[in-house]
Design a binder for this molecule. Structure first.
Ligand code: ADP
Ligand code: MG
Length: 336
């Protein structure tokens, strides 16, 4: 027990817009929970965090609201983020005398003030050393891309609320663009489409299920079908509807196109030598949103650049943060 607690003194954290993951050196990924906080809307008191808070979504009395404090890749509510970070760190190191060292992945667009808030939250949760790393960099490390070489590497991390498109060379970010479009916007588009075209009202969870089971980005021979239950927008009664994958692809085409345009713009802004490398090596996709069927095929066909899906799209940021921890330790030893 004692030994295991000492071993657990180094953590990698992926503070995602949809999910927070924690990696403990020597143990692996020990926590993966939604980045959701349930709050009493009148008193602002935090009632639940993570999995427990997500379960409350849509099933709670009106005075309880569920907040996703990082939804747009920026910190909307510092106090709530602080509580969330503290909660997750304490959940893993429940003993106050364990003072962990933490590498935490943060969105590229985050401001200095936000960085300080993340640092301070960690310190207040008893963290002894805090290192921040850009999520894209962590994702590329976790996806085993050769980012320390003097050549261009492009990683596209499609999360819940944002998509980060980055070019990395010699271990540094050369270029990074953040789009306020992620997997969740696909769910929203599906919900709006069903309401507009079929007068059917469905919840976010159902929309996500539709996206995961029959959603795709590029036409395929096999057309998938799915029966969906919702509420009729006109008479308010429950109704079922048979949907197919072609229709769903059509409903998300704007979002797909926005991601594609973001990639094209970033390629255009990349120095020519580095973009030539990207043409050769290909673009790597990461993040839960990249699991949409045939997304890599779509981007590849539209850009004429090879596109690969990372082996571990949902965990590469946290694994990369963990590996970065080892790099920091090596650097420290070298200095001595
Ligand atoms: P973040 O890093 O912002 O927390 P994640 O990388 O965890 O986000 O990705 C969350 C997004 O991935 C959600 O929008 C979710 O619906 C989507 N997602 C997860 N699995 C799949 C899948 N199999 N197909 C399509 N989208 C998926
Ligand atoms: Mg992420």
């Amino acid at each position: 027990m004692f030994k295991s607690m000492l071993k657990s003194a180094s953590l990698g954290i992926d503070l995602g817009t949809a999910n927070t993951l924690v990696y403990v050196k020597g143990e692996g990924i020990v926590l993966s929970e939604p980045s959701v906080v349930a709050v009493d809307s009148t008193t602002r008191e935090v009632l639940a965090i993570g999995e427990e808070a997500k379960k409350m979504l849509g099933r709670t009395p009106n005075n309880i609201i569920a907040i996703r404090p990082l939804r747009d890749g920026v910190i909307a509510d510092f106090e709530i983020v602080e509580k969330m970070i503290k909660y997750f760190i304490r959940k893993i190191t429940p003993y106050k005398w364990v003072k962990p060292r933490v590498v935490i992945g943060i969105p590229a667009g985050i401001t200095e003030v936000e960085k300080r808030a993340v640092r301070e939250s960690c310190q207040q949760a008893g963290v002894r050393e805090v290192y921040l790393i850009e999520e894209s960099l962590a994702a590329a490390i976790g996806a085993n891309m050769p980012i320390y070489e003097p050549s261009g590497n492009m990683i596209v991390d499609i999360g819940g609320g944002t998509t980060e498109i980055s070019v990395i060379s010699l271990g540094n970010m050369v270029k990074s663009n953040t789009l306020r479009i992620g997997g969740d916007e696909f769910d929203d588009a599906i919900m709006q489409y069903l309401k507009k075209v079929h007068n059917l009202i469905i919840g976010e969870r159902t929309a996500e299920e539709i996206k995961i089971s029959i959603g795709n980005a590029y036409p395929s021979k096999e057309v998938k079908k799915m029966e969906v239950k919702g509420r009729d927008a006109i008479n308010g009664l429950p109704r079922t509807l048979l949907l197919d994958s072609e229709e769903i692809r059509d409903s998300i085409k704007e979002q797909l196109n926005a991601i594609l345009e973001g990639i094209v713009t970033t390629l255009e802004e990349t120095p020519p030598e580095l973009s030539a490398d990207i043409m050769d090596r290909g673009i790597v996709l990461a993040g839960g949103g990249s699991l949409l069927k045939s997304l890599s095929e779509y981007i590849s066909k539209e850009t004429n650049v090879p596109v690969f899906l990372a082996d571990n799209p949902l965990t590469c940021v946290v694994l990369g943060a963990g590996k970065y921890l080892d790099e920091i330790e090596k650097m420290k030893k070298r200095k001595i």
